[in-house]
Design a protein around this ligand. Structure first.
Ligand SMILES: Cc1cc2nc3c(=O)[nH]c(=O)nc-3n(C[C@H](O)[C@H](O)[C@H](O)COP(=O)(O)O)c2cc1C
Length: 152
């Protein structure tokens, strides 16, 4: 790994699952590259690989939920970060309910907010999506910090 890559990897990120529901199918996508983008209105940005399974459906859906995961939810992060296709319509035995605008929210998230997609910008092999926050729910616990060694 070159020095530039080593330097970039020192950026600290959380671990999130973007969830959404389209045509009766529930999607989940583990993401580390999410941050706040604006106070007024409340906006977040998420960088998504354009070839990810479910990416096109996410654009079609336009409404999604950002679930913030705590340390105890590492297996959930692994599940929705798996490249086998398990992230589509496979919430396993995970408990969830639907938010006001129809996005699934994971019971085990420490907080979650529902967003409306308002803008997207190409960024190399990723696309940065901007979501205006519509509503949020806060539960007990702190968000986990992404640690590469936890994910093979
Ligand atoms: C901890 C972790 C963080 C991830 N962060 C991102 C991310 O920020 N953006 C992204 O596009 N994919 C990210 N991924 C990868 C996707 O979650 C994963 O590729 C996707 O769910 C499965 O789709 P695929 O089979 O098309 O790759 C991450 C995966 C893990 C395990």
């Amino acid at each position: 790994m070159d020095e530039t890559e080593k330097a970039i990897r020192k950026i600290k990120n959380g671990v999130f699952v973007i969830t959404f529901s389209l045509d009766g199918i529930n999607y989940g996508l583990t993401t580390a590259w999410i941050n706040r983008a604006s106070f007024k209105p409340n906006m977040i940005m998420a960088s998504i690989g354009r070839n990810r399974k479910g990416y096109n459906e996410l654009l079609d859906c336009e409404i999604f939920c950002v679930n913030i995961l705590g340390d105890v939810s590492i297996e959930i992060a692994r599940h929705f970060g798996d490249t086998s296709g398990n992230n589509i319509n496979n919430f396993k035995d995970l408990e969830f309910k639907f938010m006001e605008n129809g996005s699934p929210v994971l019971k085990d998230s420490v907080a979650a907010f529902e967003c409306k997609l308002v803008k997207k910008i190409d960024a190399g092999d990723h696309v940065v999506l901007f979501g205006e926050v519509l509503n949020g729910t806060d539960q007990e616990g702190e968000g986990m910090v992404f640690n590469r060694e936890d994910f093979s």
